[in-house]
Design a protein around this ligand. Sequence first.
Ligand SMILES: NC(=O)c1ccc[n+]([C@@H]2O[C@H](COP(=O)([O-])OP(=O)(O)OC[C@H]3O[C@@H](n4cnc5c(N)ncnc54)[C@H](OP(=O)(O)O)[C@@H]3O)[C@@H](O)[C@H]2O)c1
Length: 296
Amino acid sequence: MSNVATYQLLDGKQCSEAVRADIASQAAVVTAQRGRAPHLAAVLVGNDGASRTYVESKVRACQSVGFRSSLIELPTSTTEAELLDLISSLNRDPELDGFIVQLPLPKHISEEKVTLAIDPRKDVDGFHPESLGRMVLGLPGFLPATPAGIVELLRHYGISTAGKHCVVIGRSNIVGTPMSLLMSRNTEPGNCTVTLAHSRTKDLPAITRQADILIVAIGKPEFVTADMVKDGAVVVDVGIHRITDTTKKSGFRLVGDVHFDDVAAKCSWISPVPGGVGPMTITSLLLNTLKAAERP
Ligand SMILES: NC(=O)c1ccc[n+]([C@@H]2O[C@H](COP(=O)([O-])OP(=O)(O)OC[C@H]3O[C@@H](n4cnc5c(N)ncnc54)[C@H](OP(=O)(O)O)[C@@H]3O)[C@@H](O)[C@H]2O)c1
């Protein structure tokens, strides 16, 4: 029997390039019509290295599609009241189409208060309850960036989803829960029968083995192994972790929540880490910002 793997990659880098080319041409139209480019601001509080990397890549992505971007950096000592004041002024800034406050925030600042303070019309991360409520009801609005990026990735590669059993592992407000809702909507991609698994789920492998489409957002490095995956499944790996690797010059490598080398050969399609969901999250943020800028 041949050992040649037959899986195909859900390549988020390639998909992002295609979607971003479209965004750039639509951004040029918006810029010509309004006399100013779509403008995204990112607020970074504190010195978390991973958060800084994410924010800087979002800012770079804006530049690549002709958006204006502003990076607002605040010290860890920033009080909740100071951050809420800043959000209030960003809400009122007529030159700004959308903004994000990078999470996690320092412990003394309530993420809930911050999320609620953002004007839903500028909520390009799609985390505000109004954005989530609109998503649930199928009304126009900003979709949360990571789940929306995954839907776009499935669409780009023509993955058929209707009638399939989709298992989502993880029920966070920003990934797992909205992902499960998007996959169950009467849309294409969508129309799946969805199971949402979490830390209290019993016999997780028995459930994941039933998945035609398995979306993993659990936050544990290389958690999903081949014995948990059905032959021919589509596997989307949301996780991203740095693990020590002394064979690398940097001393680390990036892995996902799925053990790629173990699982890939069983899959029809699988997203890699890096280069899978990560670039799609940023692309969704750009799409939401364009949507905000196009609003009359
Ligand atoms: N690539 C990107 O753009 C991107 C964007 C966002 C997040 N991420 C990554 O995606 C991963 C998930 O992020 P998140 O914010 O959704 O994580 P999170 O808030 O930590 O949620 C993890 C979820 O996994 C569940 N879980 C934990 N252990 C489990 C187990 N043994 N069996 C079944 N379920 C279990 C938890 O269940 P309970 O609810 O019961 O605790 C929780 O619902 C992280 O690695 C994060 O870095 C990547």
